[in-house]
Design a binder for this molecule. Structure first.
Ligand SMILES: *[C@@H]1O[C@H](CO)[C@@H](O)[C@H](O)[C@H]1NC(C)=O
Ligand SMILES: *[C@@H]1O[C@H](CO)[C@@H](O)[C@H](O)[C@H]1NC(C)=O
Ligand SMILES: *[C@@H]1O[C@H](CO)[C@@H](O)[C@H](O)[C@H]1NC(C)=O
Ligand SMILES: *[C@@H]1O[C@H](CO)[C@@H](O)[C@H](O)[C@H]1NC(C)=O
Ligand SMILES: *[C@@H]1O[C@H](CO)[C@@H](O)[C@H](O)[C@H]1NC(C)=O
Ligand SMILES: *[C@@H]1O[C@H](CO)[C@@H](O)[C@H](O)[C@H]1NC(C)=O
Length: 477
C-alpha cells in the first residue's frame, strides 16, 4: 500500500514538474534543488527517506560530513521499528570519516555522489582487533574503524545508482610502506555480526586496505560492484567474506593490488578458538584483474574452516592465479567442498595454485599440530590462455590435500612457459579431459568420470532471496 502510495505521489510530482518545467528549471538554478525519482531492487524498501543535506551535509569535497552522517543516522534510528529509513546522498563530493550504520537502514548514493574518505586520523576511531584474528594485520594493538561500519545489525543496505566511495588510500599505503602505522588500516566497508545485508550497484575506489569485509554475518547479497585500486597497492583485496554463512557475490568487476575475492575464517589459534566457518558461498560472473594475486583466494586465514563454495562464470585477465588455496601448518580448520565451473583465464602465472606452506602466522603461539584439512576441490570447464605454468599444487607432508578433481580443462601455455607445466606434491585426486597432461598424482579417469567434479544439485538458500522493487522521490537532485 505504502509503495503504491509513493508511486502515485511520484507520478503526480512528475506531472507537476512537467507542467512547471520552466519554473522548476529556474528554481533549480537558484537553490540547486529539484525533485528526483528513482527505483532499485532491494531486500527491503523503506517507509521513510531523508537526504544528507537535511542534516547539514555539504558536498564540496572539503567540508567534513562525519557529523552530518552521524546526526542523520541517529535521527533516522527512530524509524528502525517503523518500516526503516533510507539516507540519500545527492550528487556532490562528500568528505567523511568513519560512521556507523543502524538496522533496517539503506544508504543510497546518487550516480554522481562520491564519498571521499577523510585523511584526518582523528576521524577514524580505533577499535579492538577481530576476535578470530587475535591482532591487527598491520599492527597488533588495534584497528581503525572502517569508513562505513556496522555491528550487530539486521537488514542493512548500501546501494546506489553506481555512486562512488573513494577511500583515497594512497595516504594510508604510504604510511604502511614507511611502517608508520600505530594501528591496522581501515577497510572501506565492514559489517560484523550482522544478518540480511545487501551491498550493490556501487563503485569502490582505492580502499586503504580491503574494500568489502562482511564478517561473522549471514544472508548477504553483494551485486553489481565495481572495485578499482592500483595493481601495486598493498592489501587492497576486493571482497572478503570472513566467517560468513549464506552469501552470494554476483556481477562484480574488480581490479586490485591483492586478491579480487578472498574467502577467510580467522587466523591460527585465534581462528580455531573462535571456530566460525565461511560456508554456503556463491560467486558468479566475476571479472578480475590482479597481476600479483589470485582471482579467488581461499585463505590464507581459514582456521574456522571454509566449506561449500561455488564459483561459476569467472573471468580473470592478467592475474597471478585462478582459484587458489593458501594455508599452513598451525592454521587448523579446513577447506572442503569447493566447486568451480566455467572459468576463463587469460595471461596468468598459474591456472591452479595450492599452497600448504603459506606461513604468515599471527604470532609464535600457533599449534604446530594444528594441520588444515583440504579436501574435495573441484574444477570443471576451465579454459586458460597464455599461462606460464598450468599448476603448482603443494600439499603438506603427512597432511595431503585430497579429493582434487579437474575435468574438461584446456590450458594454453605462453610462448615463454615453464619447462614443467605441472608440479604436484602431497596431493591426491583425479582428472578427466585435462590438457596439458597432468602430473602423475592426478591420474586421468577417462571421459565417463567427467561428472565427478560437478556442483551439488540443490541451490543455496541465498539464491531463493528475491529482491523487491523500491521507488522513491527526493526533493534534492
Ligand atoms: C543495479 O543497476 C542495474 C542497472 O542500472 C539495475 O538493473 C539493477 O536492478 C540494479 N541492482 C540492484 C540490486 O539495485
Ligand atoms: C530529527 O527527528 C525529529 C523527530 O522526527 C525531528 O523533529 C527533527 O527535525 C529531526 N532533526 C533533523 C536535524 O532533521
Ligand atoms: C555483538 O554480537 C556479538 C556476538 O553475538 C557479541 O559478542 C557482542 O557483544 C555484540 N556487540 C554489541 C556491541 O552488541
Ligand atoms: C559504474 O561506474 C564505473 C566507474 O565509472 C564503470 O566502470 C562501470 O562500468 C559502471 N557500472 C555500471 C553498471 O554502469
Ligand atoms: C602473454 O603473457 C605475457 C606475460 O607472461 C605477456 O607479456 C603477453 O603480452 C601475453 N600475450 C598476449 C597475447 O596476451
Ligand atoms: C567444456 O568446457 C567448455 C568451456 O567452458 C564448454 O564450452 C564445454 O561445453 C564443456 N564440455 C563439456 C563436455 O561439458
Amino acid at each position: 500500500m505504502r509503495i503504491e502510495g509513493m508511486r502515485l505521489v511520484c507520478g503526480l510530482i512528475v506531472v507537476i514538474v512537467l507542467l512547471n518545467s520552466k519554473k522548476s528549471e529556474s528554481r533549480r538554478s537558484k537553490s540547486g534543488s529539484r525533485s528526483n525519482s528513482f527505483e532499485y531492487n532491494a531486500i527491503n524498501c523503506r517507509a521513510h527517506s531523508a537526504s544528507l543535506v537535511d542534516y547539514g551535509g555539504v558536498g564540496d569535497g572539503k567540508t567534513s560530513n562525519t557529523k552530518a552522517f552521524e546526526n542523520a543516522i541517529r535521527n533516522l534510528s527512530q524509524y528502525e521499528s517503523k518500516g526503516g529509513a533510507q539516507l540519500y546522498v545527492p550528487a556532490g563530493k562528500w568528505l567523511t570519516g568513519s560512521f556507523n550504520l543502524i538496522s533496517h537502514f539503506t544508504l543510497y548514493l546518487h550516480q554522481h555522489a562520491v564519498l571521499l574518505a577523510s585523511q584526518d586520523m582523528n576521524e577514524w576511531p580505533v577499535i579492538k582487533p577481530l576476535p578470530s584474528y587475535g591482532r591487527g594485520r598491520d599492527a597488533a594493538a588495534g584497528r581503525y574503524t572502517s569508513l562505513i561500519f556496522g555491528t550487530n545489525l539486521t537488514d542493512v543496505i548500501i546501494t546506489g545508482d553506481n555512486g562512488t566511495i573513494d577511500g583515497q588510500g594512497a595516504f594510508w599505503w604510504q604510511q604502511f610502506h614507511k611502517k608508520k602505522l600505530k594501528y591496522t588500516r581501515p577497510y572501506l566497508i565492514e559489517l560484523m555480526f550482522s544478518d540480511n545485508i545487501q551491498i550493490s550497484n556501487l563503485t569502490l575506489l582505492n580502499s586503504p586496505s580491503w574494500h568489502v569485509h562482511p564478517t561473522y554475518s549471514s544472508n548477504i547479497i553483494i551485486k553489481g560492484i565495481t572495485i578499482n585500486a592500483p595493481v601495486t597497492s598493498p592489501n587492497t583485496d576486493g571482497i572478503n567474506p570472513d566467517s560468513c554463512t549464506n552469501t552470494r557475490i554476483e556481477d562484480c568487476y574488480i581490479v586490485s593490488g591483492d586478491d579480487c575475492v578472498a574467502v577467510k575464517s580467522g587466523w591460527d589459534e585465534y581462528g580455531i578458538k573462535f571456530g566460525m566457518p565461511t560456508k554456503q558461498l556463491a560467486i558468479r560472473r566475476l571479472t578480475c584483474i590482479s597481476p600479483y594475486s589470485a582471482t579467488i583466494a581461499l585463505g590464507s586465514e581459514m582456521s574456522g574452516g571454509i566449506e561449500d563454495v561455488r564459483a561459476e562464470d569467472i573471468t580473470a585477465i592478467n592475474t597471478e592465479s585462478g582459484v587458489r588455496i593458501k594455508t599452513a601448518v598451525g592454521r587448523g580448520g579446513y577447506v572442503k567442498d569447493i566447486y568451480v565451473k566455467r572459468m576463463y583465464l587469460h595471461t596468468m602465472k598459474w591456472a591452479f595454485w595450492m599452497t600448504g606452506n603459506y606461513g604468515s602466522h599471527a604470532d609464535s603461539h600457533y599449534d604446530p599440530n594444528a594441520l588444515p584439512e583440504i579436501k574435495g576441490i573441484n574444477y570443471r570447464d576451465v579454459v586458460a590462455e597464455n599461462v606460464s605454468m598450468a599448476a603448482r599444487l603443494e600439499g603438506i607432508s603427512k597432511d595431503p590435500f585430497t579429493g582434487i578433481c579437474m575435468a574438461n580443462v584446456t590450458i594454453g601455455l605462453a610462448a615463454k612457459h615453464k619447462k614443467q607445466p605441472w608440479t604436484c606434491t602431497d596431493i591426491q585426486g583425479v582428472t578427466s579431459g585435462v590438457t596439458p597432461q597432468p602430473c602423475d598424482l592426478l591420474p586421468d579417469q577417462g571421459p565417463k568420470k567427467i561428472t565427478a567434479c560437478d556442483f551439488p544439485p540443490e541451490n543455496l538458500p541465498i539464491d531463493m532471496v528475491e529482491l523487491k522493487k523500491c521507488s522513491y522521490t527526493m526533493k534534492h537532485a
